[in-house]
Design a binder for this molecule. Structure first.
Ligand SMILES: Nc1ncnc2c1ncn2[C@@H]1O[C@H](COP(=O)(O)OP(=O)(O)OP(=O)(O)O)[C@@H](O)[C@H]1O
Ligand SMILES: [Mg+2]
Length: 644
């Protein structure tokens, strides 16, 4: 193979691109259990090499595409290059090699500041328009020293750059609400990342899930972004031939090894001359590459054949690559790169103006999202009314006979559980998805957790209190509960609703993804029930679990509702002997062992509310993503493990 076919020899040796990124001998391995092989009954632990000796380089003004079969290590490579390999789950992993930025070892934190990463399943607030999303991002990601006019100008220029003008005032949308098209949503995601004017843009499969026309429009926008002097590195899946033509450079991976790295236009010639594999005429080269790079595990013979072909191609490449890369980087004069973006985005210093402005913007966003969710809210309220009418109908006009005592207790118990579940599940449906966006914004230092948390709480408060108030108003009067204590009844339900919301937020903040949050949600409610003294006598709990009833919010709610209901009421005695009767509410409370006052009981509930709120805040504050550096070796990584 001629080197000129792959990388035009020394063609860029003396120009000075703004960013020149080089990666050398990248190796990324994890230990994995192989359940097919066992030693002394236990599965054998093997070393899986996700990336093997991967080399390459890229510079500003270029679009580098990374392609390969599924599972070959594309996302892993992109993460390594971006310095964004998450620390979680990396206890048995090792990352070796070197990433250089303009000739110097990469300063990960600084590099993350001048680069942006568009992940595959990026989310945006669904009810905001494209313009509103970018307008907010401009305020969150740019400092107060940049004037509002300049921010507006920047937003408009990015909208133009990414061809989003037509969709400017359309809402983003999601699975539930119709919004912009898939391609426009992807471009809106990229636009948000461009607000801070990154010098390097990493993208993981920006066209997946789009039809070929939308994919084309996204990649055209990317080409324009690169042409404006940024470096764009993108993992891409099945590009159509017109998209393939847009790539400047191409990196082909298979089973974690480089099969080709160089000019995209010269790739087909490389396989023809070096491995005698010819791309048929009128064939999309990317399809051809995927065909020859994909291992085929359908039959033993096919597996052996394809694995050998891949190993041969990787060997051919590794023999030729050293010289090519040296040719490209030898004698290079690097730009002096400052690791601060053109528009500074580092907000380490305290800035009260920014704090106040962020709080207002966050309130506006939370309120707007809620107000545009009105159809969902209406459905929730209708369901609440129907449910309240059913419960009220079943328990209506309880009266003050002896039988009404247990009915009242049963009703209060039911109300406690129902309102708790409704409030927690309401949060679990929305917040885990929102957390993904907030986590991304927080890790880019867009705002502080306290501003976000306070804004969210305040703006969502009316909506969190509305269902329980409606429910309480209907049930209370239909059933005929203690006529003098309606206000307290509603207040207890409101306190319960916000406590349950805080619990939902804490669970969602702690859960790694929305699915786990949904699955975990009922657990604290069940525990709250179990340790609330409803099913087990608190006195018989083991000493280590003695404190649990105090954090059971359902216990406090039920106790408060009971004290409220049975204060200053008398019951008719129609039983014989009459000693079996409870003549006053106080006697009922004594039987329930609720001896505290309503104030004490509500104080207990308020403390649990504060505890959950604080817990949710702390988890959210501490859940910022952390990344592993180059040269990382996890504590559980054993370099001597056998290779897979
Ligand atoms: N933390 C990890 N622990 C164990 N295996 C991992 C880990 N991260 C990645 N892998 C494995 O490494 C391989 C490469 O993963 P990666 O996500 O980089 O592939 P990919 O080329 O992006 O695939 P796709 O096209 O499906 O997105 C896969 O087999 C994956 O299961
Ligand atoms: Mg991937």
């Amino acid at each position: 193979m001629q080197s000129s076919e792959v990388v035009p020899k020394g063609s860029h040796s003396h120009d000075k691109p703004e960013v020149f990124l080089e990666w050398k001998d990248l190796n990324f391995s994890v230990l994995e259990k192989n359940s097919a092989k066992r030693k002394f009954m236990a599965p054998v632990i093997e070393k899986k090499r996700i990336l093997q000796n991967v080399n390459g380089h890229a510079k500003s003004g270029q679009l580098l595409a990374i392609m390969g079969a599924t599972g070959c290590g594309k996302t892993s490579l992109l993460n390594v290059l971006a310095g964004r390999v998450g620390r979680s789950g990396m206890a048995a992993a090792e990352l070796k090699g070197e990433v250089l930025v303009n000739g110097k070892s990469r300063d990960d934190k600084g590099f993350r500041r001048i680069s942006a990463y568009v992940v595959q399943d990026d989310r945006l607030y669904p009810h905001l328009t494209v313009y509103e999303t970018l307008h907010l991002a401009s305020h969150f990601f740019l400092p107060t020293s940049v004037s509002d006019d300049k921010k507006e100008e920047l937003v408009n220029s990015i909208i133009m750059e990414l061809g989003l003008n037509k969709a400017r005032d359309t809402i983003i949308g999601d699975e539930r609400v119709r919004g912009v098209s898939g391609g426009e949503r992807k471009r809106a995601n990229i636009a948000v990342q461009l607000i801070s004017n990154p010098k390097v843009l990493f993208m993981d499969e920006p066209t997946s899930g789009l039809d070929s026309f939308q994919a084309q429009s996204v990649m055209e926008a990317m080409k324009a972004v690169a042409a404006n002097g940024r470096l764009v590195i993108s993992v891409i899946h099945q590009p159509r031939s017109s998209i393939f033509k847009m790539f400047d450079d191409l990196l082909l991976l298979s089973l974690g090894r480089t099969i080709y790295f160089g000019k995209a236009a010269a790739a087909a010639a490389h396989f023809r001359t070096s491995a005698n594999l010819t791309c048929p005429p009128l064939f999309n080269p990317s399809d051809f590459f995927l065909d020859i790079l994909s291992p085929d595990f359908r039959t033993k013979a096919k597996e052996e054949f394809t694995l050998k072909r891949i190993a041969d191609m990787a060997d051919i490449w590794s023999r030729s690559e050293k010289k090519l890369i040296e040719d490209e980087t030898l004698g290079r004069v690097y730009n002096e790169l400052e690791l601060v973006p053109d528009v500074p985005t580092c907000f380490e210093k305290f800035d009260s103006t920014r704090l106040v402005r962020n709080f207002k913007l966050l309130c506006w966003r939370a309120a707007t999202e809620q107000l545009r969710e009105i159809p969902t809210m209406v459905i929730k309220i209708v369901v609440t009314i129907i449910f309240a009418l059913i419960i009220g109908g079943i328990f209506q006009n309880l009266g003050y006979e002896q039988a009404a005592i247990s009915n009242r207790i049963g009703l209060l118990f039911l109300i406690s559980i129902n309102q708790g579940f409704v409030a927690v599940s309401g949060v679990l449906q929305v917040f885990p998805k929102e957390k993904v966006i907030v986590g991304r914004e927080r890790s880019a230092n867009a705002y502080d957790t306290l501003s976000y948390f306070a804004a969210k709480y305040l703006c969502e408060l009316p909506l969190n209190l509305l269902p329980c108030t409606i429910f309480g108003c209907i049930v209370y009067w239909l059933v005929g509960l203690n006529p003098h204590r309606f206000g307290y009844f509603i207040a207890i339900l409101m306190l319960e609703a916000i406590t349950a919301v805080s619990l939902g937020l804490a669970v969602s903040a702690a859960a790694p993804n929305p699915e786990i949050a949904q699955a975990l949600g009922p657990l604290p409610i069940i525990l709250s029930l179990v340790f609330g003294g409803f099913f087990i006598n608190i006195a018989s709990l083991p000493i280590v679990a003695n404190w649990l009833p105090y954090v059971s919010f359902l216990k406090w709610v039920f106790q408060s509702l009971s004290i409220n209901e049975f204060t200053d009421v008398t019951f008719k005695c129609n039983l014989t002997p009459s000693t079996m009767c409870a003549n006053t509410g106080e006697e009922v409370l004594n039987r329930l062992t609720f001896t505290s006052t309503l104030g004490e009981s509500c104080f207990g509930l308020a403390m649990v509310f504060l505890g959950f709120t604080l817990l949710a805040f702390i988890i959210l504050e501490r859940s910022s993503i952390s990344y592993i550096p180059m040269g990382y070796k996890g504590p559980k990584f054993n370099p001597n493990a056998i290779e897979k």
